[in-house]
Design a binder for this molecule. Structure first.
Ligand SMILES: C[S@@+](CC[C@H](N)C(=O)[O-])C[C@H]1O[C@@H](n2cnc3c(N)ncnc32)[C@H](O)[C@@H]1O
Length: 483
């Protein structure tokens, strides 16, 4: 872009045109509706032109040009005579006033674009003097595209700006209101010439939008057991107008949603993205903009491998009130349910959560040597399919093949399944037990503790008749279903 386009406010400004022919008249006409005070230095010999501008422009003799230029904002020199032109240019340059000299691009501070004028809506196509005819033909194409009454719509919008700002104080919501207004029935009414109806529609929509104070709560539903919901989560799902929920949210929890609320499943299973993430964002935003109390209910905790962060950003970006309610992550729920302490002073000083599923499929590029270090627990989410590769990579990076492992499927639910074994046995455990998920892999010495306790409990049981589900966790065929 060689020239910077800008729209000048000329209301009450002095603009000076030099000349006395048709070109000077053309330039003066450009300023007809601008509110500028036009001055013609020179004068029209043509009687018709003189009559046309008699009231619209003050005429000053060339000898008086100094007076005419006093306080001028812009100057256009449309003199055909080279001598007149040179004297005018020298006088203007001496006063540093921006000038356009017709057909003399090298002397111009600004060029006059090809103008499409629809009242409040003005488009200016410039070529910097390179190809004015091309600029004109582009303008003609735009003319055909723009509704004739677009200026009326803009004028109506101008007259309603104060009302709309008061009705919708929040800036982003207001921007969205205008976007919808200019594409909706109010715009159509204005284009059809019915400005009264257009105004009524715009006012009504602004009142509705202003009253709508939607809010989104991104809520963790925990791993499945409804008793593991937080009190806050329970209250919010019973107050919500609409609940968007994941596949991982258990039916028992869904049954707690207020009966007359709208329930929308947006769940994903691996490889089956039933509702794309961007579509989920759009639906959350649209519901809140309708003034609804929206709950986005997610399995476990929303911020642990749950895309809660992306949803928070998307909703916040639209200026909508949004809150996050944590949930019990499946890592915590499964560990508690299986009696696996994720940290332990004797066995695990570090706890790491990783995903076993890369965005583009397969195993993600993890720091295997760091994960293979002893005295730590590694919890793998979404690792059922990739369990064999995960086990192989960890052993190759130095983790002992006999490191205990627990696989917990449907943790905290009625159909929970727990399988214990070693890292070397992991692929076998998953395959043999037909684990399909949702399941977690807990890798580390702590995964062996339930088995240890089970052995002790078995001894106690023999002596006291106490019932215990435990068995030798190192056997790959060991399986324990929750009672
Ligand atoms: C997309 S992640 C969501 C994790 C969730 N935000 C959380 O904090 O638990 C889905 C993975 O979580 C794990 N998961 C979720 N619920 C589970 C459950 N009840 N039992 C076992 N694993 C579960 C599985 O590894 C599943 O593939």
């Amino acid at each position: 872009m060689r020239q910077f386009p800008a729209f000048f406010n000329l209301e009450g400004a002095r603009i000076v045109v030099f000349g006395g022919g048709e070109e000077a008249a053309r330039k003066l006409r450009l300023f007809n509706d601008s509110g500028a005070d036009a001055v013609l230095v020179g004068g029209f010999e043509d009687v018709a032109l003189a009559a046309e501008f008699a009231r619209r422009a003050e005429t000053v003799a060339r000898a008086d040009m100094a007076r005419a230029l006093d306080g001028a904002r812009l100057v256009i020199i449309a003199e055909e005579d080279a001598g007149h032109r040179a004297r005018a240019l020298a006088a203007v340059r001496a006063r540093n006033i921006p000038v356009n000299v017709v057909d003399q691009p090298e002397d111009c501070d600004f060029t006059v674009p090809s103008i499409l004028d629809r009242g409040e809506i003005v488009a200016a196509i410039g070529s910097g003097g390179a190809a004015p005819v091309l600029a004109k033909s582009i303008r003609a194409k735009l003319e055909a595209l723009l509704p004739q009454r677009v200026g009326d719509l803009a004028a109506l919008a101008r007259s309603l700006r104060g009302f709309v700002a008061e009705a919708i104080p929040e800036k982003t919501a207001r921007r969205r209101y205008w976007e919808r207004a200019f594409a909706g029935p109010a715009a159509e009414a204005a284009y059809a010439g019915d400005l009264e109806r257009a105004e009524a529609l715009l006012r009504q929509q602004a009142r509705l939008t202003g009253r709508a104070r939607g809010v989104v709560h991104i809520v963790g539903a925990g791993p499945g057991d409804p008793e593991l919901l937080t009190l806050k989560a329970l209250r919010l799902i019973q107050e919500a107008d609409v609940v968007y929920y994941d596949r991982l949210v258990s039916p028992e929890i869904i049954s707690l949603i207020r009966r007359d609320a709208t329930r929308v499943p947006v769940g994903k299973s691996k490889g089956d993205h039933s509702v794309p993430q961007t579509e989920i964002h759009a639906r959350l935003v649209a519901s809140a903009q309708e003034g609804l109390r929206v709950v986005r209910l997610k399995g476990g905790d929303p911020f642990i491998f749950g895309r809660g962060g992306e949803e928070l950003e998307a909703v916040r970006a639209e200026g909508i009130e949004v809150h996050v309610v944590p949930g019990i992550s499946s890592a915590l729920g499964c560990a508690a349910s299986a009696g696996v302490p994720l940290t332990h002073r004797d066995h695990a000083q570090t706890l790491t959560f990783v995903t076993g599923h890369a965005k583009e499929g397969g195993v993600p590029d993890l720091d295997w040597p760091a994960l293979a270090r002893p005295a730590q627990t590694v919890v793998v989410f979404m690792g059922v399919d990739t369990a064999p590769v995960i086990a192989e990579k960890l052993v190759a990076a130095g983790r002992a093949p006999e490191t205990p492992v627990a696989v917990i499927e449907n943790g905290t639910r009625a159909d929970e399944l727990r399988v214990f074994g070693t890292l070397a046995e992991l692929p076998f455990l998953v395959e043999e037990e037909g684990i399909r998920g949702p399941a977690l892999l807990i890798i580390g010495e702590v995964a062996g503790l339930p088995a240890e306790q089970g052995r002790i409990a078995s001894i106690v049981t023999e002596a006291s008749g106490f019932a215990w589900f435990g068995a030798d966790a190192r056997r790959p065929d060991f399986k324990e279903s929750a009672a």
